[in-house]
Design a protein around this ligand. Structure first.
Ligand code: FES
Length: 277
């Protein structure tokens, strides 16, 4: 669906990382964790294209933002990386946005038995929080959050409020263990039973998580971040390689339409993306 939205709040959580809450029509609460939105950051033609953002949270509204006929809200996390996101960071309470979504294929929570393990960092934590909200109703959930430094570790308190046990690692040791979060994850998996992994974050982190999943033979779903122009499978600007036909004959999938969530076994992971943040 396409809808107009009003900004309710727009707050910088950590240097460069922002959390925005906006109005949305009630069907938004039926979004699946892992689905995303294409947002037009202003009413003009620069930037022309919408930008993709993962859904962090949705819910029923308690304030009286009745403009746009909205009784619900949605939230996103975003990082200021260019002109479009800088424009988003300049918006205030009451400013308008044009939103398309929810789009794409989300996470599949699966059998509630067994431990659910979330792995992510930076704005990758947004869809994982939305997923955690759903998973905690029937499963034990752990979060492994990683990044270059403490600034990349967002909203841990919100996860813990849900009852999620969290483990943190940063490359520079400014928060949690020093090193890659996948190393902490791997130590945990040595004793975990019936675990399922759900990951969202930078590509090197996803690749390392998929490799850990393969070594420990645990199911793993990954949510990919990609450059997206249309968000609906029309422009082919977001393709990744799949391996339905084996490692030497990749097929191509759209992150926006076939994903952004994939089983890690579906994808052909490029070699040479070694260390990660
Ligand atoms: Fe256009 Fe995916 S963004 S095909």
């Amino acid at each position: 669906m396409q809808f107009n939205s009003l900004v309710i709040s727009n707050v910088e959580l950590s240097p460069g990382y922002w959390r925005m809450r906006m109005t949305a029509p009630p069907p938004i609460t039926g979004s699946k964790p892992g689905q995303f939105l294409m947002i037009k950051v202003n009413g003009g033609s620069d930037p022309l294209l919408r930008r993709p953002f993962g859904i962090f949270d949705t819910g029923a509204m308690v304030t009286e933002f009745t403009d746009c006929g909205s009784q619900s809200y949605l939230e996103i996390l975003y990082k200021v990386v260019g002109k479009g996101t800088a424009m988003l960071a300049a918006l205030h309470n009451g400013d308008r946005l044009d939103i398309l979504g929810p789009l794409g294929r989300g996470f599949t929570p699966g059998d509630p038995a067994g431990e659910k393990i979330l792995v992510g960092g930076g704005i990758g934590l947004a869809p994982l929080y939305f997923l955690a909200r759903e998973l905690v109703t029937g499963s034990r959930v752990r979060l492994f959050a990683g990044g270059r430094s403490r600034e990349d570790i967002l909203c841990i308190t919100e996860f813990e409020r849900l009852g999620v046990e969290s483990y943190v690692a940063t490359d520079d040791g400014t928060l949690g263990d020093r090193g890659f979060v996948t190393q902490v994850l791997e130590r945990h998996l040595a004793t975990a039973h019936n675990a399922t992994l759900f990951a969202c974050g930078p590509m090197p982190m996803l690749k390392a998580t998929a490799e850990v999943a393969r070594r420990h033979n645990v199911p793993c779903q990954v949510s990919l971040e990609a450059y997206m122009a249309c968000g609906m499978g029309a422009c082919l600007g977001c393709v990744v390689k799949g391996k339905d036909h084996g490692d030497n004959h990749p097929d191509y999938r759209c992150v926006c339409k076939d994903g952004p969530v994939f089983d890690h076994c579906e994808l052909l992971w490029e070699k040479g993306e070694g260390g990660h943040s």
